[in-house]
Design a protein around this ligand. Structure first.
Ligand code: C5P
Length: 463
């Protein structure tokens, strides 16, 4: 595999040869910020583009692409066989950080350039160190490429978008190449950091009502939030940024005690730590920015998220309102799970749960696995009620397990398990070892869940 720096430079040169590009990216915060970085970089060079944000890549979509330069962000590694089948004559750049289940079949003669520092699974299994790019997300890769496209300090102001993408994928910003990106951006004034509550910025009462990460068990319960704030002596109409040091500490100690009631394992770092301020973006607080673009994508309004990345101030209100809608859906599902114990079904190796709301499966599965049902892998299932014209209706699933569970059951690999189980029922799946997703034909949910339970059981047995 070509070194990360070399392949990023090669991709930047390839783009400069074109007057037009098609950008395809994933619908979460990392995907949207990746696409946003590339849109900015292309605009600045006068290269025209068409950006499409999708939840998954399938054969018919890939087959339909006919531009001379196609850039895939935050996806594409798992579909490299299809990309080779249909697009090998085109210039293709894949900026991805998903672990390939098999060595990607990309021939060196083609002009398909795969930039994925995670490397092949076999490499990972042998315990080999990945390149310096380990821990970098698609937005980080897109940023490095944008920097190469401009040279010198050009496009350095886009570092805030790379930080937001990294926050979205919950990757470490204090290590490896991510740290280099952040340090340089701080030096240039693009980013500032401060220590404090990691709730995002806004009125404290509202933040608590909608906070799901970390999950505060008062979310959605107005009267309880008011009682809590009055007990701690905090004015809920104040913003976190307006609190003095002492009041912020009082609030964070009380919140930490509360969060620990539902998850005794949680570390203080989940609630208090480094806050990233994005000085060049229209939403300064890094968490707020990330959450807004994520909600835009997950609720089918990715264009608003891309607009935020393009610094359209006029879109902040719409993006915030999508964020609040998304959080309301999450909180209503969480409140239902808390009050209806029968909502969760338990199998030997998984907890499974059907949800009514669309677009929330991944985020909800993560919260349930971290805070509510922590002992097994959690799978959240959403049957979509309508099939697109001419297509079979699909059910969307997300699986998550918390880090402690992974540490005690080392064999668990959800990417592989979801991919295998989905294949058994004619669907597709994949992702990361602790966070993976799948789409399967409607009606095959029970068969899928039984297969997934069996596969995870076998993984645990093979530790
Ligand atoms: O959709 P969800 O948030 O659960 O996805 C978790 C991870 O799994 C993401 O990184 C996503 O790209 C990946 N995934 C995948 N194939 C699917 C669904 C999700 O690789 N069919």
């Amino acid at each position: 595999m070509m070194g990360l720096r070399k392949s990023v430079e090669k991709a930047a040169e390839l783009i400069k040869e074109h007057a037009y590009a098609r950008i395809i990216s994933h619908y979460d915060a990392d995907g949207i910020t990746s696409a946003g970085i590339i849109c900015n970089a292309l605009l600045r060079r006068g290269i025209q583009f068409h950006t499409t944000i999708v939840s998954k890549l399938d054969r018919s979509f890939i087959q339909g692409l006919d531009e001379d330069l196609i850039i895939f962000c935050d996806m594409g590694t798992a579909q490299s066989d299809l990309i080779m089948e249909y697009l090998s004559k085109k210039d293709v750049i894949i900026l991805d950080h998903h672990v390939p289940l098999a060595a990607p079949p990309i021939s060196l003669e083609s002009s398909v350039l795969l930039i994925n520092p995670v490397g092949s699974r076999s490499m990972e299994k042998r315990g080999m160190e990945n390149e310096v790019g380990d821990g970098i997300c698609a937005a980080g890769l897109s940023y490095l490429m944008a920097r190469c496209m401009a040279g010198d300090k050009g496009n350095l102001d886009l570092a805030g978008l790379a930080v937001a993408g990294t926050l979205g994928d919950k990757l470490e910003l204090t290590k490896g190449i991510n740290k280099l990106i952040v340090d340089e951006a701080i030096k240039e004034g693009v980013i500032s950091v401060k220590k404090g509550l990691k709730l995002g910025d806004g009125k404290i009462r509202e933040l608590m009502l909608f906070s799901t990460e970390p999950y505060i068990p008062l979310a959605g319960k107005g009267k309880w939030v008011d009682a809590f704030l009055s007990k701690v002596g905090i004015d809920g109409d104040k913003k976190v940024s307006d609190l003095g040091k002492e009041a912020e500490k009082r609030l964070s100690d009380a919140l930490f005690a509360l969060v620990r009631e539902s998850n005794p394992e949680i570390s203080e770092g989940a609630l208090v730590g480094t806050t990233y301020i994005l000085n060049s973006e229209v939403v300064r607080n890094g968490l707020n920015f990330m959450r807004m673009v994520d909600a835009c994508g997950r609720l089918g309004n990715a264009s608003i998220g891309i607009g935020l990345c393009l610094r359209e101030e006029g879109l902040v209100e719409a993006a915030n309102s999508l964020y609040l809608t998304f959080q309301s859906k999450l909180v209503s599902e969480l409140n239902r799970i808390e009050s209806d114990k029968g909502a969760i079904k338990e199998l030997p190796n998984i907890f499974s749960l059907f949800v009514h709301e669309r677009g929330v499966t991944g985020v909800l599965a993560g919260i349930v696995a971290d805070y509510l049902y922590t002992g097994k892998t959690v799978v959240v299932i959403n049957k979509q009620d309508r099939a697109e014209e001419g297509k079979v209706a699909e059910t969307k699933l997300s699986a998550r397990c918390n880090k402690k569970l992974l540490a005690v059951s080392k064999g668990i690999d959800l990417a592989q398990a979801m991919e295998k189980a989905a294949r058994e029922v004619g669907g597709v799946g994949g992702g990361h070892p602790v966070a993976a997703g799948a789409s399967i034909p409607e009606g095959s949910e029970e068969k899928f869940i039984a297969a997934l339970d069996r596969i995870i059981g076998a993984q645990k047995g093979s530790e």
